[in-house]
Design a protein around this ligand. Structure first.
Ligand code: DON
Length: 570
């Protein structure tokens, strides 16, 4: 394709023209020569997301008068095009926001199990769990929630939806250049796309993708245009829905038109708690993120991490042991609150959390076999974007297809990937999902139920004013990455860049192992091994996007070093 300079129009008709014609469009985004800014200090508004083009779209929308909600919608839609590994319209997620007037907004657009789903649907005749079907192909998908989530965000936005979706349409229709990471991801997944899709898609071509190739997604552009012209109905009914159901019925999929028609995003009341004079706001069930965040930070609050020191043996051990205990509760008690009585109050009760750490021995690893979930008599490839606008609205959105490229099933004729979120249910008590997490009745499959998540979009306030917006992908490592970023900032006084980019670690109760990133200090690894911890190396834990509001009101935005993530602002 002849390379032309695409000027992403924020008006209805996309404008494609040579470089010399771009003057006057007012929108300086060049999808053929991507400039990536990893960190920036901005005076008015900032976006940090997994892809520089998506961040630029969000910033341009705010320059045009949009607020952080407009930018979140436009950035998410752009990610669905330029970041197919996780950005999506075929997945789901959570939006957490604080409006400038202090009102909190929690939008749950998590996928749901299809109406035909059943508790034992992934067990064979011998009762063995078949994770192949919960993780790949047509049976792995929940009902996508992202488009409903976008429309649930509209009441908080200012600009017409048509302006917010147009950049994504342009990027899909005229293409953008691939980075090396994206080319590698598509090449690695080629066989799976072919195996789990029934029709040709834009993601598969004969010769391997290379950095600099242009990815054009015409069918996705048409789907986005139907959403632009018909709203949520352009996805949940009509042609797109029919294409999706046709894709399902070509194999063993069970999503039907009724499931799509009945899908609704839900408003949830965010979880708020204090940590060392800051107010932290997290997402409630069906995500486990906010509860794990609150439990771990509250278990640690009186332990003086700041005097123990960053990456000291003592501070790291405390975090590991608090994580172990929070994840034991997750496995037993957390699930979709509309289907399971999640004992939120008890899980966050300060006496309970203090008691959780009484069996902790300094210098010695606890054993997960002896650390159990608390007993309460009543009872049970993701991507993140952070935005702050000129008014002080804060928006954090974490959204996912679950694994990289989700189920690897592309909806024939509609050009988008479906999620493999069914694997986030506990498909059999005690059987680990793809992140090693186990669960029980609380998170068992039931028709129309939401599967438990670890996603953890998070806001932090200082003196009742915006301080931090953050979040990350990473499966079960999501809350522990967010926790580390928060203690790195608040307790250890690290810069925002160091807070997210230094080596991280993770413990999730079972398996009883500590994951550490490759650049985790050698001496610390040896010290933890000597205490009795089993260490496992992990390639990269999370991709955190953070915006910190400095004392002078300027916005320090940092994108994670682990990927192509980028920031934009003004
Ligand atoms: O909701 C969850 O917890 C998972 N589906 C998130 C998956 C994820 O973060 C993948 N990214 N690495």
């Amino acid at each position: 394709m002849k390379k032309k300079l695409l000027i992403l129009s924020l008006i209805l008709a996309p404008i494609v023209c040579q470089a010399q014609h771009m003057v006057g469009s007012g929108l300086a985004i060049d999808p053929y020569q991507i400039k990536n800014q990893k960190a920036g200090l901005f005076s008015k508004a900032a976006v940090a997301s997994a892809h520089p083009l998506a961040s630029q779209v969000g910033a341009e929308i705010m320059k045009r008068g949009g607020n952080a909600f407009d930018a979140a919608i436009a950035t998410q839609l752009a990610l669905a095009v330029v970041y197919p590994i996780a950005g999506n319209i075929g997945g789901g997620g959570f939006l957490l926001a604080r409006k400038v007037n202090g009102a909190l907004v929690g939008i749950d657009f998590r996928e749901t199990a299809p109406g035909k789903a059943s508790r034992d649907m992934y067990l064979d005749e011998q009762g063995n769990a078949q994770t192949e079907h919960s993780q790949n192909g047509h049976l792995a998908s929940g009902i996508p929630g992202t488009v409903a989530g976008l429309f649930a965000t509209i009441p908080y936005a200012k600009l017409p939806f048509k302006e917010l979706i147009q950049p994504a349409i342009d990027l899909a229709e005229f293409g953008f250049v691939l980075t090396q990471n994206e080319a590698t991801g598509l090449n690695w997944t080629k066989d799976s796309f072919e195996k789990y899709s029934t029709q040709a898609s834009a993601f598969v071509k004969k010769n391997p993708w290379q950095a600099g190739d242009t990815l054009v997604q015409k069918e996705l552009a048409s789907t986005l245009k139907r959403i632009r012209d018909k709203g949520a109905k352009g996805f949940y009914s009509g042609k797109t829905a029919k294409l999706l159901v046709a894709e399902m019925t070509r194999r063993n999929g069970i999503i039907r038109l009724k499931d799509l028609k009945n899908y609704r995003a839900k408003m949830r009341t965010p979880i708020g708690f204090t940590y060392k004079g800051h107010e932290v706001i997290g997402f409630p069930p069906p995500s486990s993120g906010g509860i794990i965040l609150a439990q771990v930070l509250k278990m640690l609050e009186d332990r003086h991490l700041e005097t123990l020191g960053f990456q000291s043996e003592k501070s790291v051990q405390l975090l590991i042991e608090a994580e172990r205990r929070a994840f034991a509760d997750r496995a037993e008690h957390l699930g979709d609150p509309d289907y399971w009585n999640v004992p939120v109050k008890q899980l966050l009760e300060s006496g309970y959390l203090r008691s959780r750490m009484t069996d902790f021995t300094e210098g010695k690893a606890s054993k997960s076999s002896t650390v159990k979930a608390g007993y309460f008599s009543e009872s049970t490839e993701t991507t993140h974007l952070s935005i702050v606008d000129a008014d002080g609205n804060m928006v954090a959105v974490t959204t996912t297809l679950n694994g990289a490229y989700g189920s690897k099933t592309v909806v024939g004729g509609a050009g988008f990937l479906l999620n493999n979120e069914m694997d986030d249910f506990s498909i059999k008590a005690g059987v680990p999902n793809m992140y090693g997490a186990i669960g029980s009745n609380a998170n068992a499959i039931a028709p129309n139920k939401r599967m438990l998540s670890s996603m953890c979009p998070t806001l932090v306030l200082k003196n009742n004013a915006p301080y931090v917006v953050l979040g990350t992908p990473g499966g079960t490592t999501i809350p522990t990455s967010v926790i580390q970023a928060i203690v790195n900032l608040i307790d250890f006084k690290l810069s925002p860049s160091d807070a997210i980019n230094t080596a991280k670690f993770h413990h999730q109760w079972l398996p009883d192992e500590v994951y550490v990133e490759k650049d985790f200090p050698q001496a610390l690894k040896e010290a933890l091994s000597a205490m009795g911890y089993t260490l496992k190396l992990r390639d990269g834990i999370g991709r955190t996007e953070i915006i910190v509001v400095r004392a002078d009101g300027s916005l320090e935005a940092v994108a994670d070093k682990r990927g192509d993530d980028g920031v934009a602002g003004f």
